[in-house]
Every structure is written in C-alpha cells, then in structure tokens.
Design a protein around this ligand. Sequence first.
Ligand code: HEC
Length: 435
Amino acid sequence: MTHITVDPRSPFFDDADDRQERGAFRHSAMEFFPGLVSGNTLSFNTIVHDASTRPGYDVIRQRLTVGVPNGLSSEWFDPQQRTVEAIAEQPVIAGRYESLDYYLSQRNTTPLHGMGLVEMISLDRLNAIALSQTRSSGGIISGRVAGKYGWRGQVDTLSGFVAGACATELGLNVGDTIRQSADPADPRYVSLAPDITTNQVADLTSYVAGLPAPNMQMLSGDERKQVRRGKRVFHSIGCATCHIENVVPANGIYSDLLLHDMGPELQDPFPAPAYHLTSSSSANPVGAYSNRYGRGGGTVSGPGTERDRRGPRGDRGRSNSRSNEAVVATGTPIAIPMDYPEQPQFPRGKVKEVDVKVRYPLSWDALQREWKTPPLWGVADSAPYLHDGRAETLAEAILWHGGEANQSKRNYVRLSEGQKQLLETFLESLKAPVE
Ligand code: HEC
C-alpha cells in the first residue's frame, strides 16, 4: 500500500494565510493530489490506491511520478511489480510539486492474530513495562506508550482500527466518527449516507477480535530442544527486551506494544502520534495531523515549524470527555526548521542527535523513527517483514534494526552460524494458527 506524505516545511505553507483567503491554497493542493483535501481540511498524509481502476486515477498517479528528480516508473504503483528488493533499495521516494515537497513510501499489512487478547491488555501494564524496560537497560531502550494498533501505534482501540480501515483503506463512509477518505478522482463527491452501519462495524470488530492467537507448534522432542536453545539465544542477545513473550493476557505475543526509536535507516515520512497515554484510557489520534484551514481566517495550523508552534487550534492539550483520561504532552509535532533543499530529498536534512533527545523528543523528525514493536507470534508465516515490507527473510528483518535495537542487532551479527541457525529455528516455530 502506497502512502503519500507532504512536508510541513515546504514553502508551499509559507504564505498559506493569504492564499487561503483567496482559495488558492486549497486549489493548488487539489490540483496536485486531490485525495489530500477533504472539505476544508488538508491532510498531511493519505493513501495512494494502487489498485484503483477508477477512470482518472491513472492520471493522478502519473502526476506523482513527474516531480521525482530521477523519475519513477509508473510500475512502482503496481503491487505485482513492486518487489521487496525495490523497496529495500529505495524505501522512500521524494518529489516536489511546485513548492510542495512530498514523499511516497509503503505500508505492509499487519497480521491480525489474537487481536481480542491485544484489546484486553491494559495501559497500566504497558506503562509498567515501559518503566521497567527503561530501568533495566539504563535508559538505552525506553519504549513509549501510544496506541496498541498500527505500525506506529496510531490507533488505540480495536473498533477504531477496524472503522479506520473501512474509512481510509476502503473509502467507506462510516458515519461521523472518522472521515471517509476522499475520492481523488472526484474530491467533491460526498457520500450522503453511511456505507456501513455502526452495527456492521461492531460485528466486523467482533469478528477480528475472535481471530485466534497463534499457538506453539506441536513439535517432536528433538525439535523442541532446538527451539528451546534458540529461545535462549533470543533472550541472551537482548531481543526479548522489546519482544516480550507474555503480556497478560496475550501469552506468546513477543511484543511490548511500545514505540521505539529504530534509527535513521527505518525512518519514514509520516510520524508516530505525539502523545503519551498515562492511564487506562484512550484518545483517538485519527486525524491528529489534519491541517484545518478556511475556517474564518487565521493561521494554517497543523504540524508547526518553530515559528509556528501552536499546532492546530484545539488540538494542543487535547482533553477528552471521558473523565479517566490523562493524556500528556499531546499536540502536534513540531517540524524542526531546515533549509530548502535544491532537490527534494528524504530525510529533508540532518537533525542533531541532541536536538532529537533534548529539545524535540516529540518532533516531526524524531517521531519519524519510532515504530511499535510488532508481535512475533505467527512471524514464520507473515513475510515480507517490517513496516514497508522491505525484508524478505527474518535475518534481513533483524539486520535492519537500529536505534534502540542497535546493540541487540550487533550481538546478533556476532553470533556463530550455529547460534544464528538456532535463533532462526526458534522464530520459525512461531507459526500462524491453523483453523
Ligand atoms: C528496541 C526494541 C527492539 C529490539 C531490542 C529488537 N526488536 Fe525486533 N523489532 C522492533 C521494532 C520496533 C520492529 C518494527 C520495525 C519496523 O517495522 O520498521 C521490529 C521488527 C522485528 C521483526 C519483523 C517482524 C514483522 O512482523 O515485520 C523481527 C523478525 C524482529 N524484530 C526480530 C527481532 C530479533 C530476533 C531481535 C534480537 C536480535 C530483535 N527483534 C530486537 C523492536 C525491537
């Protein structure tokens, strides 16, 4: 699945206030990629539907390839042609339309095993894991609690995840909770009635919640021994610090469901959500990065640069009507100011480590490196791996680890061939359930 993300630092946004008055702002965004505009809202990220056969969509996809400096074959939008190797070689493609910089990247579909168990994991538990993880690793590994769903933890309830998939991936009108993605070939189209009822979304959610969790395979005595030895290797090189075997009640999940800075090689344009959840509560981050304009003047808000740190009106310090909610450090991430590059490029420029750590831990740029630890249950059957599917094999997936997982990756590299084989045998035992 292809994502398009626009860079909030683009000069396109500089005089947005004036142009917004004239309606020109909306107009040029519509001309470029109409799917980014919905009513009065400009999103910073949306999906480019690879498989859409809608008349006119071809032209829209074609336009995205024109602004890419070295060109982009239109086959790139064809899931049959786009290989794991091609993604690994160039995970993010940068382009420019007039003064708007944009990036194209991929999202791999996440497996849905055991989602009902994931839903039951309490936020208190995740907070406790985050705390003990930070302590035991001396602060080198410090997961951040966000939502439990999506590669970036961008959704915090299973029903929100399911409804979001209906609205965004499928383009259905799901009522007024989540905005249906616009039809890029006809952005003015408004579907007047819900395409799917609240009850149907609830049924779909129950179905997904009922999908079984993977179980340990029935193995022969000898295999069991090998798997046990491989599991010891997994623990000894630090994989289990993040890929935690049991998070009650999700036994065998091999994840902490926390966000980690995974280093520059896994950086991807659209950032993780900028909030902490601190109690058994939820905040719906869907649309958190929407850029509202055209509402009685005012600044184009949205991801601010340093000169505009306010963020979308009403978003900062988001408080929810539910009383047990405690959301800290919420708001829109700030994009660290950078020069206008001669050619569009990703990342846009270098950010100093100290800026990320001390000054802007929840900046647009730092959040681009955060990923939620994916559960490893069923991992033997879910290739290709990683958020954009750039890794064909388990070994490749491990070698892409960086950032907080750097030490663990280095330990892996130093293993003997025999130990690597044992680790692989263990990971290969984590099979998807057979119904
Ligand atoms: C700091 C936390 C952390 C540590 C330590 C860590 N991982 Fe990961 N792992 C992650 C995150 C986060 C991802 C997802 C990264 C992405 O998609 O870009 C991931 C992805 C994976 C994947 C791909 C899963 C999928 O469904 O795509 C495998 C396999 C994996 N890790 C195995 C390991 C092994 C083996 C080790 C030990 C050598 C290890 N990990 C250490 C956090 C960690």
